[in-house]
Design a protein around this ligand. Structure first.
Ligand SMILES: Cc1cc2nc3c(=O)[nH]c(=O)nc-3n(C[C@H](O)[C@H](O)[C@H](O)COP(=O)(O)OP(=O)(O)OC[C@H]3O[C@@H](n4cnc5c(N)ncnc54)[C@H](O)[C@@H]3O)c2cc1C
Length: 443
């Protein structure tokens, strides 16, 4: 089988399937694994616990990945990170028990888990098309993909393809119907180029933020004044900043590029340029305006701008805000989550839920069917491109749920290959049994 994309969902899918004895090839466009964990410099991993922080919901491969990073000295266990700490950007709601980690540890842990499971890595390779048997228009079947890399174009066939590209690339090339953005105007969440800074006086930053509880977001009053005077370089109401495990080094999630389609190369290019200019301007702003940042230096910027939202497949089931709000039970549940709605305003500086007053329950469920395209056979779509509304996706798009979904997709794909049945016909009882055997928690 083939897994496309080596981010949280792809690496979990590949490891889960390979451990069931299936031959797995993982195709990744960069020269290392991790996706947003590494190339995006995104972190910390948001909560893997219930919203109230009382129960760890996402275990299995995610927990093992965290333990592997810890053994490398590159992560702190989420059970030790309370809401409101500097590691979670001083945010309380939805931020209890996040996982701080170092991207270099993530790269090593990811590749070791894949190699030890027997996954064949095909790095520096971009999938540019899908091979589809569509002689029966009512029952199209994905047979493989076309890749571009050193050596040119090549086709790679597989019994099952798991699309973990985050943009639903394979699904899109195969003709699966996809949706993008919010219902009202099709606009997606903004993009952000993550960067890290060094030489920050950690104690001064913490002391200032703790002394200003009326600032709902860190440094909000300083940002508000600068915004009113036209001096703040991004549409944001505060500074998104996350302490790392290295003294003086913080991740910055503050830039914001609006109205660019992350699944279009030209628009993505414009977003990269704008994101980099924002980074330069933000650094100057930090140095001149933020206590503790007087001597700040740029450590690095992400390999690519972070894309929060692009295509979502039209799947056998579309997860909704109402499902999350009610904690609806599904007969084919494959993941439990507690991260709440998290919609960054597609048109401006707002944050918040955007869920018309509704938010997710303390624990909610995700069914297997969100990964099954409505008609195409031979294909599963996991991670950020699953079938969910704009609102529901805002919660389940963060990295721990993507690990859980990836693991479920990998197990289902392996069962599908083993039984010579399409992923649509995988027996849920088998899927559940294997997921539990691999350490997943399903309630
Ligand atoms: C700005 C920003 C901030 C965020 N903040 C957080 C946070 O603090 N904590 C958190 O937990 N989550 C956060 N998220 C969400 C999270 O990072 C992503 O939603 C999550 O990583 C999605 O996982 P994935 O496996 O679906 O995709 P990705 O992590 O995007 O991985 C996809 C992989 O597929 C590869 N790929 C893509 N297309 C192709 C192709 N055609 N051929 C070959 N390879 C391909 C990519 O190179 C990449 O390695 C944030 C996201 C953004 C953008």
């Amino acid at each position: 089988m083939l897994v496309i994309g080596g981010g949280p969902s792809g690496l979990s899918a590949a490891v889960a399937a390979a451990r069931l004895g299936v031959r797995v090839r993982l195709v990744e466009r960069y020269g290392f694994l991790g996706g947003n964990l590494t190339a995006g410099l995104v972190g910390p991993c948001m909560t893997s616990y219930s919203l109230d922080g009382s129960q760890q919901l996402i275990r299995g491969i995610y927990e093992e990945f965290v333990q592997r990073m810890m053994a490398l000295g590159g992560a702190l266990h989420p059970s030790t990170i309370p809401a409101g700490s500097a590691y979670c950007g001083f945010i309380v709601y939805g931020h209890d028990k996040v996982t701080p980690f170092q991207p270099e540890a993530a790269k090593v842990a990811a590749q070791r888990m894949c190699i030890e499971a027997g996954v064949e890595l095909l790095l520096h390779t971009m999938v540019v098309d899908a091979i589809v048997d569509d002689r029966d228009a009512d029952n199209p079947r994905v047979l493989g993909v076309v890749c571009a890399g050193k050596g040119g174009l090549r086709s790679v066939r597989a019994k099952v393809v798991v699309d973990c590209s985050a943009d639903g690339d394979v699904a899109h090339y195969a003709g699966v119907h996809t949706r993008q953005g919010r219902e009202s105007d099709g606009l997606s969440q903004p993009q952000t180029l993550f960067f890290r800074v060094q030489n920050v006086d950690d104690q001064v930053v913490e002391d200032y933020i703790r002394a200003h509880p009326q600032d709902f977001r860190p440094f909000a009053s300083i940002v508000a004044k600068a915004t009113a005077e036209g001096r703040f370089p991004a549409p944001r109401r505060g500074i998104g900043l996350y302490k790392t495990m290295e003294p003086g080094v913080w991740r910055i999630n503050t830039g914001r590029v609006l109205r660019r389609n992350g699944a279009d190369a030209l628009e993505l290019s414009l977003a990269e340029v704008e994101g980099r200019e924002q980074t330069v301007a933000l650094l100057d702003f930090f140095r001149d305006n933020l206590p503790g940042f007087e001597q700040v230096e740029l450590r690095d910027t992400a390999t690519q701008i972070g894309v929060r939202e692009t295509r979502r497949i039209d799947g056998a089931y579309e997860l909704t805000l109402q499902d999350l709000h009610s904690g609806r039970a599904f007969e084919d549940v494959v993941a439990l989550c507690g991260y709440p709605l998290d919609i960054h305003d597609p048109t401006g500086s707002g944050g918040g839920t955007g869920g018309e007053g509704l938010d997710a329950a303390n624990i909610y469920q995700i069914p297997y069917r969100v990964m099954l395209p409505r008609v195409h056979e031979g294909l599963l779509v996991s991670g950020r491109a699953v079938s969910a509304t704009h609102e529901a996706l805002s919660a389940i798009r963060v990295m721990p749920p993507c690990f859980a979904l990836g693991q479920a997709a990998g197990v289902a794909a392996a069962l599908s290959v083993g039984n010579r049945a399409s992923p649509r016909h995988v027996d849920y009882a088998d899927l559940r049994r294997e997921l539990l055997a691999q350490g997943a928690y399903l309630g």
